[in-house]
Ligand binder design. Sequence first.
Ligand code: XUL
Length: 524
Amino acid sequence: MSNLFAGIDSSTQGTKLVVIDLQSQAVLHTDSVNYDQDLPEYGTKNGVCPSDKAGVSESDPAMWVHALDLLLERLQQSAVPQDRIRCLSVSGQQHGLVTLDAEGRLTRSKSKLWNDFSTEEECRLLTEAVGGAERMIAEVGNSQRTGYTAAKIFHMVRNEPEAFSRTATCFLVHNFINWYLTGGTEGGVRVMEPGDASGMALWHPGRRAWSDKVLMAISPELSGKLPPILPSDEPIGRLGQKLAARFAMDPDCLIDAGCGDNMYGAVGTGNVTPGIVTVSLGTSGTAYTMLHEPFVDPCGEIAAFCDSTGHFLPLLCVSNLANGYNAVLEHYGISHGEFNDLISRTPAGNGGRLLIPWYVGERTPDVPVAAPVYFGFEIEGFTRENLCRAVLEGHVLNLYDGFRKMPIVPREIRLTGGLSQSEAWCQTIADVFEAEAVPVEGEGAALGAALHAAWVWERQKGNSVSLADVVRPFVRLREDQRKKPGAAHAAVYRTQKEMFRALSSRVRGMVAGPDPFVLRETIR
Ligand code: XUL
């Protein structure tokens, strides 16, 4: 009788479930709930509750639990024997703050998400309180960014002190779902693990310790509200008995420590040994690589995160990725296929036109109040073709501009996320990053969670199996879509990369460096 393993990815726009059979090396079940479409009662747009306040991006944690219940209900109705799931692991959108009182009630009905930009002032105040950006990086390995959790907690302390004082536990998204799965109000487990905790900008991933200075700067009460951090590669408990009975699951089913979606994206794309870079093209754009040693970026632009295996995962995150692309498709009524066609009719480098695609506040570089910058567009230059190419190149160059600081020369780039199957995106990434790029099939983070669950369960049974061995048969690269960098394109993009950097520096008030106008002349 085979043992099955489940992965749940609770992400910004929806929740996914993947069930795998380790023995037959098969994915038995994949299902997903899209919040906007499948749970309209929460009134979300792209998974976020509409708000008229600038920079606010929040969502209802009850909706995530509702989505999970729906998936488990549908699993029960499927042909998959759900009672053979031995271990379940949750991947969560990173950084979101969920606060509970001692009884398990939410002390704030909404969770501030990774793409909330309303805490700029709190980032500044915290940085000042510890003596500047350099000191902050020494304290927590990261600079304070609106995306991270520390400033969200501080925002609550400053604006909703009563709700903060009722708070017994500050959770991240996946910790909250784990709590629900292990029994919720009836004994749910309140713990964290290093991968997601390193994204709070409160806990140093190298020293593996909370920063007393930053905790105190937020509130002297905070340390009492933070759960213990247990290892990422062990279970935290068992499925709550009521849930097990309700969905006819194995009452001994283990709940893995779980992790952030990028850490599990690494597992689901086989990025579990050094040398591989995963680029995730979703609501956010991320690029990350697994390392054995911690990496702390002295500028704090590359996030210093732990992975889900006791190692490290330096990560670049840009908050503008699919948004400009999707908006252009919608505005002109073009399909993904037509987009590829339009791109093929325009030259790499776009005749010197360039877009900085900061449609919403940008995490990297740190531009919380942002706007897109269209550069080099003559009067007749605003055509559909040129705009499509500008959006594609702009997003990829923005990603690359942050990636330059990553401590790796990629052997191979693996693409995952919504746009990963697009030929135009794959080729442009290969050309700009000057490395082979290949899309990965399937549900990156949810599959990664299921594989991690299997690995953790095997180790609990005393089997010393490596994660790389568990992962290998499940990670399918789309070799037919692999792209090599083209020499001619790569040369044009070298100038464009320089131009992007020069323009970005100038609009951010950093005047030293080359002149973007002069660079533009060389590729027209
Ligand atoms: C990474 C980040 C995003 C979210 C998206 O630091 O903020 O990639 O994890 O879910």
